[in-house]
Design a protein around this ligand. Structure first.
Ligand code: ATP
Length: 474
């Protein structure tokens, strides 16, 4: 991992109002983060891109906004009460909690880094770990930790507890029994499946899309917004005929990968990986992985959940959830909004050398940029601020703009580069004579003169979602 870059990224996100640690004035809260003034804009733009490409350009996909709290039977039916477990091990001396799998992988990584040559032994360890994980054989993983003599990375103690399961759902106490904060948005879709179908006369195949918060009590969460305890998901459940499972599974894998690639973050940063270890509800699945600053990791999952959820909800609710007497199968696409945010942020953040100087620039796709354009007066006199302010006021209903005059023009450009504003318009003395302004591009820093009347159209063409949505139609 490039830890220097990762620290720089976290600090840039904070300095420029993208992501703050939660409750920082009280020392922070582990694995919870807040989005600042530009973070929320970027997040909203990502959501709009996803929402429109799901619901607006697919006539057979509609949206939903279900609640975070649901009847506790939902989580019994979905299998989350019994099976949504992580396995952990405690060190009795340091009182620290670890994922056993991570301890073993870190042991292997450390050996490799130290130039340990016995590849055969390393492969043996990894394949034994994989086998045991597949079989949920935590007894063997415990034995492996013992055999490898693994010690606590903090205090060096080998005084380990047994490996125990831990349910990742957060409980909310109520008089009538516990409620849970949802660990996935999908169950809100399944429990409303019939309401949506009926109220909109939907015919199979059709989909329901939803964006919303999910909560998981993650044991190990130290990768910034990659793994949080409160996060946001963008999920779509697509209801199909059982015999068309493979057709739609392959279809959604292709469509989702294309959607990501259109962001232009670099095709080499993506990997499509078929699952060998499946979640309790899935029959087949694959991940779209992204090359984050700490390596390739899951960003989106595409699974066939078959009739697992609707069938169990039928049993628990005693309501028929069928179409013409059969239960549809479901292909799900499940994307972590915060992970996509991190993917975009990390691959767009660049330190560039410019004839001796350095500039930090956030080359976010323009249609996702928090601010679309900045308007500056070249100097703070001779009526230039008034003209600039008028242009800003005329355009601010149509576009997300910034007006700034607090510093020299060079410094104003640098600040916009750092927050990823794709266009800057500077009002100068020629503006008074010719009604033209200087337009500067963030990525190339090229400048040209454009007429004031053209500014709005340029911003629309260069930064609107329209162009990318059009590409998804092909
Ligand atoms: P992981 O293996 O990384 O824990 P998962 O396989 O449990 O992820 P899913 O249950 O498939 O994840 O959830 C769908 C998506 O939700 C993931 O692809 C990811 O983008 C996002 N996601 C899951 N857990 C978190 C989390 N703790 N923080 C942020 N995003 C998450």
């Amino acid at each position: 991992m490039d830890s220097h870059f990762f620290h720089f990224l976290i600090s840039h996100a904070k300095t420029y109002g993208f992501v703050f640690p939660s409750s920082e004035i009280y020392g922070g809260l582990n694995a919870v983060y807040d989005y600042g003034q530009y973070g929320v804009e970027l997040k909203n733009n990502i959501k709009e891109y996803w929402w429109k490409s799901m619901t607006q350009i697919h006539e057979n996909i509609v949206g939903l906004d279900s609640s975070v709290l649901m009847h506790s039977n939902v989580w019994k039916a979905s299998g989350h009460v019994d099976k949504f477990n992580e396995f952990f091990i405690d060190n009795k001396d340091s009182k620290k909690r670890y994922k056993p799998e991570v301890l073993i992988r870190e042991y292997v990584d450390f050996r490799k880094k130290k130039g340990y040559k016995n590849n055969h032994k390393i492969n043996e360890i990894l394949s034994r770990l994989d086998q045991s994980l597949k079989k949920n054989d935590f007894l063997d993983i415990r034995v492996l930790i013992e055999e490898l003599n693994i010690s606590d990375p903090i205090c060096g103690s080998k005084n380990w507890t047994n490996i125990r399961p831990f349910n990742m759902m957060f409980k909310v106490q109520e008089e009538k029994g516990d409620l849970f904060l949802r660990p996935e948005t999908a169950q809100g879709i399944f429990s409303n499946f019939f309401n949506v179908k009926k109220s909109n006369r939907m015919k199979i195949p059709f989909g329901i899309a939803q964006i919303g918060k999910s909560f998981r009590n993650e044991i190990i969460a130290r990768q910034f917004i990659f793994r949080m305890r409160e996060f946001e998901q963008m999920e779509m459940q697509f209801f199909i005929l059982p015999e068309e499972e493979m057709k739609w599974y392959e279809y959604w894998k292709k469509i989702r990968l294309k959607w990501h690639l259109e962001l232009n973050l670099g095709n080499e940063k993506y990997k499509l990986r078929d699952h060998d270890k499946l979640a309790h509800y899935a029959s087949i699945g694959s991940d779209i992985e992204f090359n984050f600053p700490f390596g390739f990791r899951e960003m989106e999952g595409i699974h066939s959940r078959r009739d697992f959820d609707l069938r169990n909800h039928e049993i628990f609710s005693k309501k028929k959830l069928r179409i013409e007497n059969s239960i549809p199968y479901v292909i799900e696409t499940s994307l972590g909004l915060d992970r996509l945010f991190l993917a975009i942020f990390s691959s767009s953040l660049k330190e560039e050398k410019l004839n001796g100087n350095q500039r930090i620039v956030l080359k976010i796709p323009p249609y996702l940029s928090p601010v679309k354009a900045a308007i500056f007066p070249l100097v703070q006199k001779d009526g230039l601020p008034e003209i600039a302010k008028k242009i800003f006021n005329d355009l601010k209903i149509d576009h997300r703009l910034i007006y700034d005059q607090k510093k020299s023009i060079g410094k104003l450009y640098r600040r916009q580069d750092a927050i990823g504003t794709p266009l800057c318009f500077t009002i100068d003395y020629d503006t008074v004579k010719t009604n033209t302004v200087t337009m500067r591009y963030r990525d190339t820093m090229l400048q040209k003169r454009v007429h004031i009347n053209k500014i709005s159209k340029i911003i629309e063409n260069e930064t609107g979602l329209r162009n990318i949505l059009k590409k998804l139609l092909i």
